[in-house]
Each structure stands twice: as structure tokens, then as C-alpha cells.
Design a protein around this ligand. Structure first.
Ligand code: GDP
Ligand code: GDP
Length: 438
């Protein structure tokens, strides 16, 4: 697993951070828009420049608006210093150097991470001449850019990429299974991490993450399997002002999801399911990760009246697109059923890596078509020629047909269910891609 560098934009409001964010990312925003409950807020996205991938954060998108302006810029600078590998301080040529700019710069002087100084709204040659004042910030050469016109963005990206940490190489022979706990604040993610650490005595190592403060933990179970528990959700950052803001927890969750093979979505048995629980689950699904739904704090529930069935039913209703995900009722407090987690993770890992022979696959498809005839439209019937598996992690199948337009969502769903019944894909999304045979 290579480490993808994280780039953070900081600076006072209105200097153009979100405009630049959109410029840097272009249309390649990794957040899927029309999925149930997935945030559309552009505070975290994946970008690419000269073949290098990076994650971009706009710290201005994390709402601290009930704080005075000066505190907002301070906290955003602190957050960037915690999270990022390269920090881009954005300011604007229009107002010149302001007090807030100086404050941000002073804070950034304390970090040993590389900082790039971008002077925005330099829309014309005269304005580009005015950037020299910004040398007083002590952050090196100011780079003039214009977010609205798109000028200077290439130079900025060149500079950023140059500063990526050199350890982002791909020399990765680690084949441990990566998993993470995601969920809103207070569901018990850090308690779960600690409980697992207590349970699994063979800790192999603590691995420094992309950023200095993130620490992943690698452990081995009795059967010799290796797992890496991805540090998430500011588990080790408790007490920071931004810790409980929703966007920050979403951002941390997205970054953890990307680095995981399997994501454990944690719900709180005491409070039940709330809207915020649904936000990040959709992303894990879209990213094709294995998913386990964990109901934590099971110790605190009065189990007299069928609570187990009730909760299961509610989960299946609220997370319909996760119907393939197993549900595990646990307690971080008592350790109940936590020993089941590694084997469940391992099972899903195997399911995700399963390859099905084309001949067997096509027998299943043939049977499926015989059982449930393909849809028709205006007298034309969908013809399925054959299906083949093109990828694992998650299992991905291409189905070749006469006309892509004739493939309905519901029929695709039916085929998926047939695949799930015939081959064991519990815990993993299964992707089906429909193609016209040329
Ligand atoms: P943020 O608060 O730092 O995220 O700033 P925004 O991206 O929301 O931009 C604030 C305002 O500045 C908006 O009205 C933008 O249209 C404008 N703006 C952004 N970039 C430029 C630029 O390069 N030139 C000019 N003239 N205006 C810009
Ligand atoms: P996080 O914000 O998701 O990391 O949640 P924490 O691990 O900090 O837990 C939030 C609160 O829930 C703390 O007060 C924990 O003691 C409590 N908690 C966590 N797990 C359990 C559990 O299994 N049972 C009970 N009763 N309380 C728990």
C-alpha cells in the first residue's frame, strides 16, 4: 500500500481556497454525488499531477464559524500541520498582507513540513508584480496564481509535487489485511481499537502513517494471519477543537476508507441509527471496500424484547445497499464477540479475492436467464452473450450484451444476486459492468 501524500489548503476566508480547490481537482472529485447520504462537500478529494496522486483538503471547508476569525485561521493552520504532508498557504494580492495572514504564517513557521505560499487573485501582470510584499511572511517565494482564470496553477502543482515526501515510493511488500473503524464521534471507535489491542497480544509493530500523528497497528492472530488496523477519526487526537465537527470526521473517515481493504462501520446500540451514520457508509461502498457493520455498546442494551432482531431489521432497512455486509454485535467495554472480528475480516478478504472461471460463471448466467427472462424494450430483447470476471478486490464482472440500453438496473441486481448465491461474496461489493459486444 503506497502512501498517498496529503496536501492542505489554509488561509483566511475569501482568499479563494475553494476556487483553487476546484481548479486543482478539476472534475476528478472522488466523492460520488448521487449516492444515498454521501456528502457533496468539496473538502476532501483526490488529485493527480504528472502521474502522481495526492489527497487535497480544504481546511476552510471545516466549519469553525462559531469561533472568532483569528481562532478559525489558527485552528485551520494547526489542522493542516497535523494532517498534511505539504501545506499550501493561500492569500490574496488584493488586500496585501493582513494580520490573519501573519498569524497563519507564524504558526506555519513551527512546522517542519514544507509550506508553499500561493498569492491568489493575481489576475493580470500588474497584480503579479505585487506579490513581492509577501516575502515578509517568511515562507519563501510567493507563487502568483489566479483561481478564477486558472493561471499559475500548473506552477503551483509543480512546486507541490516537488515537495512530496520521498518515502511515498511503492516498495510495499506488506500483505497484511488493512481494516479500519469508521463512524461518527462517540460510537466507540477508539475504545474498539484499544480493546482489539488488548485482545490481540501479538502486536507486530506500530507503523507511522502518512502523517506523523497517524499510527497504524499491525498484529498477528494465532493462526499467523497479519492485520493492520488503520488509525482513524483522530483517535489519537482527542481534545482538538475540530475533532467533533462533522466534516472533519467525514474527512478522516474517507482517508481511512481509502487505505483499508475492509471497513468496519460502527453504530452505537445505545443511541440507534441517526442520519450522520449514513453519510460515509455510501462512500465505502462506492470505493468497493469490504464492509462489516459493527453494533457497539451491546453491553448497554436491555435485551429482553428481541432487541437483536429489531436492530438487525432497522439496519437492513436504513442501509439497503449494504445488504451484503455482515452485522456483528460487540462491546468494546466487555470485549464481547470481538474475537470474531479478525476471522470475519479474513473471510471477507478471501471473498474479495475470489476468481470465478468463465465456464462456471456462464453456466450460472445461463441458468439465471432461464429462470428470469431478460428484459425487453420496444420489442427488442436484451441478449446476454457471456460474462467474464475482470478484476478482484472487489470482484468485478463484465457482461457482454447486444445493447447496453436494454440492461435494466433491476436485472443487473438480479444477476448480482445470482452470483452471490452461487459464489460466496459475503461482505464485499460485487461490480457488474455491462458492455456491448462489438
Ligand atoms: P475561500 O473562502 O478562501 O474558499 O474563497 P472562495 O474560493 O470562496 O473565493 C472567495 C471569492 O473570491 C469568490 O467570490 C471568488 O469568486 C473570488 N475569487 C477566487 N479566486 C479568484 C481570483 O483568482 N481572482 C479574483 N478576482 N477573484 C477570485
Ligand atoms: P469514538 O469517538 O468513536 O472514538 O468513541 P470512544 O471510543 O471515545 O467512546 C465514546 C464513549 O462511549 C466513551 O465514553 C466510551 O467509554 C463509551 N463506550 C465505548 N464503547 C463502549 C461499549 O462497548 N459499551 C459501553 N457501555 N460504552 C462504550
Amino acid at each position: 500500500m503506497s502512501k498517498v501524500p496529503v496536501v492542505a489548503l489554509v488561509g483566511r476566508p475569501n482568499v479563494g481556497k475553494s476556487t483553487i480547490f476546484n481548479r486543482l481537482i478539476g472534475e476528478r472529485v472522488s466523492i460520488v454525488e448521487d449516492h444515498p447520504g454521501v456528502t457533496r462537500d468539496r473538502i476532501y478529494a483526490t488529485g493527480r499531477w504528472i502521474g502522481k496522486e495526492y489527497r487535497l483538503i480544504d481546511t476552510g471547508g471545516i466549519d469553525m464559524s462559531n469561533e472568532p476569525l483569528m481562532n478559525q485561521v489558527r485552528y485551520q493552520a494547526d489542522l493542516a500541520m497535523d494532517e498534511a504532508d505539504v501545506i499550501v498557504m493561500v492569500t490574496s494580492v488584493r488586500e496585501g498582507v493582513t494580520l490573519e495572514d501573519e498569524e497563519v504564517a507564524q504558526r506555519l513557521h513551527r512546522t517542519n513540513k514544507p509550506v508553499v505560499l500561493a498569492i491568489n487573485k493575481a489576475d493580470n501582470p500588474e497584480q503579479r508584480q505585487m506579490i513581492y510584499d509577501f516575502y515578509t511572511l517568511g515562507l519563501g517565494d510567493p507563487i502568483p496564481i489566479s483561481g478564477s482564470h486558472g493561471t499559475g496553477i500548473g506552477d503551483l502543482l509543480d512546486k507541490i509535487v516537488e515537495l512530496f515526501p520521498s518515502d511515498s515510493s511503492d516498495t510495499d511488500d506488506d500483505d497484511s489485511i488493512k481494516f479500519s473503524f469508521i463512524g461518527r464521534p462517540n460510537v466507540g471507535k477508539s475504545s474498539l481499537v484499544n480493546a482489539i489491542l488488548k485482545e490481540e497480544r501479538v502486536i507486530v509493530s506500530n507503523i507511522e502513517g502518512t502523517t506523523r500523528e497517524a499510527v497504524d497497528t499491525k498484529f498477528k492472530t494465532a493462526d499467523g494471519k497479519e492485520y493492520t488496523m488503520i488509525d482513524t477519526a483522530g483517535i489519537r487526537k482527542k481534545g482538538k477543537v475540530w475533532e467533533n465537527t462533522e466534516k472533519y470526521s467525514v474527512m478522516r473517515a474517507l482517508s481511512a476508507i481509502e487505505r483499508s481493504d475492509i471497513v468496519c462501520m460502527v453504530l452505537d446500540a445505545e443511541t440507534g441509527i441517526i442520519e450522520q451514520d449514513k453519510r460515509v457508509a455510501g462512500y465505502a461502498y462506492e470505493a468497493g471496500k469490504g464492509i462489516i457493520i459493527i453494533v457497539n455498546k451491546w453491553d448497554a442494551v436491555d435485551k429482553s424484547n428481541n432487541k437483536f432482531d429489531e436492530f438487525t431489521k432497522e439496519i437492513r432497512k436504513e442501509f439497503q445497499y449494504l445488504r451484503f455486509a455482515p452485522i456483528l454485535f460487540v462491546s468494546a467495554k466487555t470485549g464481547q464477540r470481538l474475537n470474531k472480528l479478525p476471522e470475519l475480516i479474513n473471510m471477507i478478504h478471501e471473498n474479495r479475492a475470489r476468481r470465478v472461471q468463465s465456464s462456471i460463471l456462464n453456466n450460472v448466467v445461463m441458468d439465471a436467464v432461464a429462470m428470469n427472462p431478460t428484459p425487453t424494450d420496444k420489442g427488442r430483447r436484451l441478449k446476454i452473450y457471456y460474462m467474464t470476471q475482470v478484476a478482484i478486490n472487489p470482484p468485478t464482472f463484465v457482461v457482454f450484451v447486444n445493447d447496453v440500453e436494454l440492461m435494466h438496473f433491476s436485472y443487473e441486481r438480479f444477476l448480482e444476486n445470482q452470483l452471490r448465491e452461487s459464489f460466496y461474496f459475503e461482505g464485499t461489493p460485487v461490480h457488474i459492468i455491462t458492455r456491448a459486444r462489438s
